[in-house]
Design a protein around this ligand. Structure first.
Ligand SMILES: [Zn+2]
Length: 350
């Protein structure tokens, strides 16, 4: 179910950028304004993640990879793309777009052959060539390997392992390759349990159309899309940490290290599907400097009631009082990591 791709239809990058900007503006407007409107504007169903599932899309990149990425981004999904080497070589910009959109990329062989009938050296050369094409297109070295058709044997597994590739099959088959309807794909995906992985494909319209309903179902069960751990092959939180045993705190005070003569206390008054607000109250000083960090790939998109500056990574913000009082706030885009919350690193006077 794949073909070599020679086309170059990639019209969606600028549109995606504008969408992101528009969402950031919306978040900003909402954060400064009425909270009630914010809830109305964005469903809040994905507020907590009690577990993660791995959404995987095989056989790309294809001529409709950009359409798939648009749907995934619009639904706040990060997924794993098992790419075919020759498709990457034929369309490296589409592979790069996957990574730019926050997807993980894995190895799905050079040309989707039945690999169990290969010799060990053929397997080795097939997977190496694919790794090289993916790395050269994306800058990322794959750590995951899905054998075509799920066909494997011990030789193939050991070859993959020698190249640093963890073999990943699937727990749930969406049947999208088999002509499944949108509702059948949604129904199959509804069987996913925490830690499990589902097989889907790049290049299938029904699959793209199913994504919003798949996400709604997962959210209703407090499951979130995660990454596939290269060490266990199971779905885990996007930053590699295991799923929390209890829901992450919302509206619960964070205890900061008491340094430098003031105390900063963070609460999380609002959590939506794609972002959350943090409110920080400073005690013990009116002229203060508070350092806050978020966990990649989260990003602070908007702040209020303070003067922010940033370190070179963009993940650490230094907020200084600006005469607006002792409470400041900010909005953090989750970018697929819905469990982490902003941390206060220090509070100093002056
Ligand atoms: Zn395949």
């Amino acid at each position: 179910m794949n073909a070599s791709i020679g086309g170059s239809r990639r019209p969606s990058a600028p549109r995606t950028t504008r969408l992101t900007v528009r969402l950031a503006v919306l978040a900003s407007t909402v954060a400064l304004g009425a909270v009630g409107l914010a809830v109305a504007a964005t469903p809040s169903s994905a507020a907590t993640c009690n577990g993660y599932v791995g959404l995987t899309f095989d056989d790309g990149p294809t001529s409709s990879t950009s359409a798939l990425l648009s749907v995934l981004r619009a639904n706040g999904v990060r997924a794993t793309m098992f790419n075919v080497g020759q498709n990457v070589q034929g369309n490296p910009s589409a592979a790069r777009a996957q990574v730019d959109a926050g997807m993980w990329v894995g190895n799905h062989s050079w040309n989707h052959a039945h690999m169990t009938s290969m010799s060990q050296s053929q397997m080795q050369s097939d997977l190496s060539q694919t790794n090289s094409a993916i790395q050269s297109a994306t800058g990322v070295r794959p750590q995951l390997f899905r054998p075509p058709y799920g066909e494997t044997n011990s030789t193939l597994q050991s070859v993959a392992s020698s190249l640093g590739l963890r073999q990943v099959i699937w727990d749930v088959d969406s049947q999208d390759w088999n002509g499944a309807s949108v509702s059948q794909i949604v129904s199959n995906a509804s069987r996913l349990q925490a830690g499990q992985v589902i097989l889907m494909h790049d290049g299938i319209q029904n699959t793209r159309d199913a994504i919003p309903q798949i996400m709604a179902n997962l959210s209703s069960r407090n499951l979130c899309p995660g990454m596939i751990s290269p060490s266990t092959g199971r779905a885990v939180a996007p930053d590699g940490t295991p799923p929390p045993t209890t829901p992450p705190p919302t509206g619960t005070p964070t205890t900061p290290p008491p340094t430098g003569g003031c105390t900063a206390t963070a609460t999380t008054p609002n959590v939506w599907g794609d972002r959350y607000n943090t409110s920080v109250t400073v005690a013990g000083a009116s002229n203060w400097t508070v350092v806050v960090a978020v966990t990649a790939p989260q990003r602070i998109s908007t702040t209020w009631n303070g003067s922010p500056s940033w370190d070179s990574t963009g993940y650490v913000m230094t907020m200084r009082s600006n005469g607006s009082g002792n409470t400041f706030g900010f909005t953090t885009m989750m970018n697929g990591n819905s469990s982490a919350r902003a941390q206060i690193r220090s509070c100093t006077t002056g």
